[in-house]
Design a protein around this ligand. Structure first.
Ligand code: NAD
Length: 243
């Protein structure tokens, strides 16, 4: 059963975590996947998978994005997964933190959408999926000032793109996960000193009593790629955090 057979999918930040699981899930669904990341070494194992080509891509770099878009040509699905977590309140924030996070979490998506959208419009068909978070306009979380601000902007840009192109075959939706087991989450738990206590605290905010898996989020991305009657929506997938 390959619902995305013949579809061309482009994924950013596919080196690890949700992006990697999504590249694999898209390929399993029959798509031809271009899996990209700023860190080429992380892409190594993916190239061996059927249906996946890999490429270095820094979404902060206009020239890198333009080059990747030229090479990829028209794609059916763009999954903007690149993003980073900044921890702290508005008063903890150092100069430049918000600009840096905005550049990656928001403008990274603006760059890829501007590069890939014209060919989608020419074809009259295209699906854009943006990685937001439930920590955004959906929910506030302690010590996530910069992160929540940028992820709320991702929902705003998702709705703006959806509204502008809804009559021209383009769908644009956002995915809003709760806490998901990924390499960067592991780093955040280790960085807090007491790993077990940090882990329990992350689990405690998930009413289902466990963290999400990258594969669970990837399944929603695959679903949205084929969900042809939805656009401009922010899909929470958060273990009940935002109930
Ligand atoms: P992760 O944070 O472990 O990995 C991030 C990946 O992004 C790495 O492979 C890194 O090399 C790549 N990257 C960093 N800068 C880049 C750049 N400039 N250009 C291209 N790639 C770059 O993965 P994750 O935790 O699964 O997070 C993926 C996305 O999901 C992020 O946008 C994150 O905000 C979002 N998210 C994660 C969680 C979670 O709990 N893990 C929850 C909600 C949303």
């Amino acid at each position: 059963d390959q619902p995305l057979k013949g579809k061309r999918v482009f994924v950013t930040a596919a080196g690890q975590g949700i992006g990697r699981a999504s590249a694999l899930a898209f390929a399993r669904a029959g798509a031809s996947v271009t899996a990209t990341d700023i860190d080429e070494t992380l892409l190594g194992g993916l190239a061996a998978e059927g249906g996946i080509a890999t490429r270095r891509l820094d979404v902060l770099d206009d020239a890198s994005v333009a080059g990747a878009a030229r090479e990829a040509g028209r794609i059916d699905v763009l999954f903007n997964c690149a993003g980073m977590v900044h921890s702290g309140s508005i008063l903890d924030m150092a100069d430049g933190d918000l600009d840096r996070a905005f550049d990656l979490n928001v403008k990274g998506m603006v760059r890829t959408i501007r590069a890939f959208l014209p060919a989608m419009l020419e074809h009259g068909d295209g699906c854009i999926i943006n990685m937001a978070s439930v920590v955004s306009s959906l929910k506030g979380a302690a010590n996530r000032f910069v992160y929540g601000t940028t992820k709320a902007a991702v929902i705003g840009l998702t709705k703006a793109v959806a509204a502008d192109y809804v009559t021209r075959g383009i769908r644009c939706n956002a995915i809003c996960p709760g806490t998901v087991e990924s390499p960067s989450l592991q780093e955040r738990m280790r960085a807090q000193g007491n790993y077990e206590a940090a882990r329990q605290a992350f689990i405690a905010r998930q009413p289902m009593g466990r963290l999400g898996t990258p594969e669970e989020i990837a399944a929603l991305a695959v679903h949205l790629a084929g969900a042809t009657y939805t656009t401009g929506q922010a899909y929470a997938i958060d273990g009940g955090w935002s109930i």
